[in-house]
Design a protein around this ligand. Structure first.
Ligand code: ZN
Length: 628
């Protein structure tokens, strides 16, 4: 038995009441066969937590829980009708019952009274979850994968704990810390950073660059310092493919360690990976991973809430903070050694409140080094403000509508799409726009459904609206889900409308198909709202190309109006990046700039150094930086 578990048991006077003690990642779970001890342990568990400073939970042994059928019947009787009780699911190995309801607050009861009763009467540990307001097959599938693998998960989480607490009592002296940039250094796309200490090897993100040529598409993993079998953990900042796209491939290659991220990031990452496979199949291209690998990834994901502190290896402790970029996006705060060093990896960061999200956090317990994105780090990267862009977007919608045209907005599917949906819904609700149908193509709709499942990650206004079904902006009647090729054809042949379709850079997917159909008329418009990679179709349109060669014998003449609106970006503008650095508390000693074209990383590095007197570096891909 690992040392820390032995030590925990010493706290319990008669520890024969404990039938099992296991890890769930960094948490410790004790099981008891004594009903008495489970319901009334006089604060003993709390005193253990206070003493060892680790999370400890007490659960009933599976053998004493109430028969499932009876328990469900009782739960359904106890919870009032207006809670909108949906599914009741049992995680048998962990003695947990998951209760899905439209109104979790009602199901929990005043001061948790109903939960207390359920616990007492059934000897199951109740957890309440919100039913998503838009049904999502994907969320159901993900939950099913986890549910079917409960037994495996229990063992897997115990194994992680054993690694974290390996030699717990041993004095640790981490002498050095190195980070190697396997991608996305002086480059946007394929984010992947290897963090190494004498004890640990952790990967921060593992993305692809879908717009790049073959050799620059993937992070460079065939380097001596990267060895998949020695990797302790992967931490995922957010779900965009340039940060998550190669993760499933790691599982194909045999990785079976944990992936840490937020709940929305887990779901959206799985969705984007599956979409990536289906697009490749449509183009009759081979994919480097299959849906089985995506399933493995889901099985090995450990979700964290914002600001929840967790050990992930013997000398690394992480905390995720809101990054303001897309739903569930996180900055990763990494505490290394016992107070040796504090590193922040920003992932993609937005230091501005959007319609959807609150801006990024800037206050941390401690901070010495920051690895920060520089997508819009150039001196001139201060696009029009969000408000100006919103006004301009509404103007384009109106003008195109009056010409009986269609507006295509290529979106990344995650983030920008939902931001635009909120803007259109607001304009429609405030009668600034007529009732123009907004067609939400395929996957974008699924991502929107995931958004409605996790309202806690939105800013306060959207969160409140979602709690009231009749005010939920995503359920507005103007939104229509386009799922089939036939429906898509009807949109193309139909009247004026707004179309939201992937991919955001028009490197494939429905946005390209719509573009081909709409390009020929100046009544139509395309509005580019995302970053456009240097070789992408979107960038060529931005540059004003009037003839686009799609393939050997397909040339498209561009007659439709092309607009670029950068103010909706999920990324900070140059000024906002500088503001972000200015507001960082405490002030870091070193900032490493990544995730930007070369000139932008260098420009931002030099400005930060001049203005804040902070040491800056703009490494190239494959550079290793020793940060301690
Ligand atoms: Zn991103």
């Amino acid at each position: 038995m690992p040392d820390i578990l032995k030590e925990v048991l010493k706290f319990i006077p008669d520890n024969t009441v404990i039938s099992d003690s296991v890890f769930e990642g960094a948490n410790i779970v004790l099981y008891t066969k004594s009903k008495e001890f489970f319901l009334n342990n006089n604060g003993l568990i709390k005193s253990i937590v206070d003493s060892i400073k680790k999370r400890v939970e007490l659960r009933p042994d599976p053998s004493i829980t109430m028969d499932r059928e009876k328990a469900e019947e009782l739960i359904r009787k106890l919870i009032p009708k207006d809670a909108g009780l949906d599914q009741v699911l049992f995680d048998v190995q962990r003695s947990i019952v998951v209760i899905e309801a439209d109104k979790p607050g009602v199901a929990i009861g005043k001061n948790g009274e109903l939960l207390r009763q359920i616990k007492e009467k059934t000897l199951w540990v109740p957890e309440v979850r919100r039913t998503p307001s838009i049904k999502s097959k994907l969320i159901e599938n993900i939950r099913a994968v986890l549910y079917e693998n409960n037994d495996y998960r229990k063992k897997f989480l115990h194994k992680i704990g054993k690694r974290i607490y390996d030699g717990w009592t041993k004095e640790r002296r981490s002498e050095w810390i190195r980070v190697t940039f396997l991608g996305a250094a002086r480059h946007v796309g394929r984010s992947c950073i290897l963090l190494q200490t004498p004890e640990s090897k952790v990967l921060l993100d593992c993305g692809v660059d879908i717009a790049a040529n073959d050799e620059d598409q993937f992070p460079i993993l065939d380097v001596p310092e990267f060895n998949l079998s020695q990797l302790d953990a992967v931490v995922l900042s957010h779900a965009h493919l340039d940060h998550s796209g190669l993760l499933s491939y790691l599982f194909k290659m045999g990785y079976r360690g944990p992936v840490y991220c937020t709940l929305p990031t887990r779901d959206i990452t799985a969705l984007l990976a599956l979409d990536f496979i289906s697009i490749a199949q449509k183009d009759a291209r081979d994919t480097i991973f299959s849906s089985t690998d995506v399933k493995e990834m889901v099985k090995h994901t450990v979700v964290l809430e914002y600001e929840e502190v967790t050990d992930i290896t013997p000398d690394i402790r992480i905390t995720l903070y809101n990054a303001g970029h897309v739903l569930g996006s996180a900055m990763v705060h990494i505490h290394i050694g016992n107070g040796l060093h504090n590193l922040l990896y920003s992932g993609d960061v937005n230091y501005e409140n959007s319609n959807l999200l609150h801006k990024a956090v800037t206050k941390f317990p401690r901070l010495e080094t920051v690895i920060m994105e520089a997508t819009y780090g150039g001196k001139d990267d201060n696009p029009a403000t969000r408000q100006e862009c919103e006004d301009e977007l509404i103007r384009i919608f109106k003008e195109t509508y009056e010409k009986r045209g269609k507006v295509l907005i290529p979106v990344l599917g995650v983030g920008r799409a939902q931001e635009i949906m909120l803007i259109v819904e607001k304009a429609f609700r405030n009668k600034l726009l007529p009732e123009i149908p907004v067609y939400v193509q395929g996957m974008v709709w699924d991502v929107t459904a995931i958004h409605t499942a996790y309202p806690d990650f939105f800013n306060i206004n959207v969160r409140r609206a979602i709690f009231h079904k009749d005010q939920n902006p995503f359920l507005s009647k103007i939104f229509k889900h386009i799922a089939s090729q036939k429906e898509m054809q009807e949109v193309i042949e139909g009247g004026p409308c707004i179309i939201l379709a992937t991919s955001g850079m028009m490197t494939g997917g429905a946005s390209v198909e719509y573009f081909k159909a709409l390009a020929d008329s100046d009544r139509n418009a395309v509005v580019l709202v995302s970053y456009q990679g240097p070789t992408s179709l979107g960038r060529r349109l931005e540059n004003g190309d009037k003839e686009i060669r799609m393939s050997e014998n397909e040339i498209i003449k561009v007659k439709l109006n092309v607009y670029t609106l950068k103010g909706f970006s999920g990324h900070s503008s140059r000024d906002q990046l500088m503001d972000f650095v200015n507001m960082l508390d405490p002030k870091p000693k070193k900032i490493i700039l990544v995730h930007g074209e070369s000139s932008k990383c260098l420009d931002l590095a030099s400005s930060i150094h001049k203005q804040f007197r902070i040491e800056t570096i703009a490494p190239r891909t494959l550079d290793t930086v020793r940060i301690r």
